[in-house]
Design a protein. Sequence first.
Length: 280
Amino acid sequence: MTIDARARRSTVPWKSVSWRGCSVPLQIHILTTRALRALWMDPKLVLVSVASPLVMLLVLSQVFTSISETRSFPGGVDYIQFLLPAIMIMGVLQSGMGSGAALGQEIKNGFVHRMRTLPVWPGSVLLGRSASDLLRSLIQLSALSTAAHLFFSFHAPGGAVGMAVAMLIALMTGNCLGWVFIAMACWFRNAEVMQTFSGLAMFALMFGTNAFVPLDGLPDWLRSLSHVNPLTYAITAARGWILGDPDTSATLYAVIGSAVIALPCALLAVKGFARPLGTN
């Protein structure tokens, strides 16, 4: 290259060079790693996420154990076997609620402002958050199932395969419905408001199912609502696999129903995330 050519090249304005950023899969990988690193740097979050379902299992197994003596309760089933699938799914849902709260905090502390200055697809931030929540839920479920075996004399008639499938159902269903909380965080943009609404949603979703009592033990109006609640089918499916009596229809309904809810919520979340930050 001649001196004149080098001189002409050095006079090219820097603004003419634009950075297009990395690919979307790499963006998701980086943002997932970032969320996991933040979790690793604060072990209290891991401890709370693991301890919370254990406390629920301990308390609810003692409070509702007399239900196993009713006529509507399935015969030959211990209440801990009946309850554990519901606690598994509830734990993953709580992780999704925490993920929405963390996203709301990031909107508040300026992380989202910084992301907007970069060539990053808005969905990458949300998918990274969801992926990190999925990995945290896997750790949570592994600890829950291990503690149930060690301290609650739990055994799965469906064996290791049934337990593994039940965990997959809990992960998929809970993670899909977790997009409801992510969408709420993107639109409310207020961690306190989001947590209040999330708590109400969690309460309605869990107690409007067969999580703690058989469907025959519910009032008529609540039993009718439970038939349109996707968590009812997820709990029935996970419970069937654990008990060694898989319910194929409930499994399909749980997977399809959760996906049908997750897709529009994910689109709403991306749209809400991309709104101007000054709007509410």
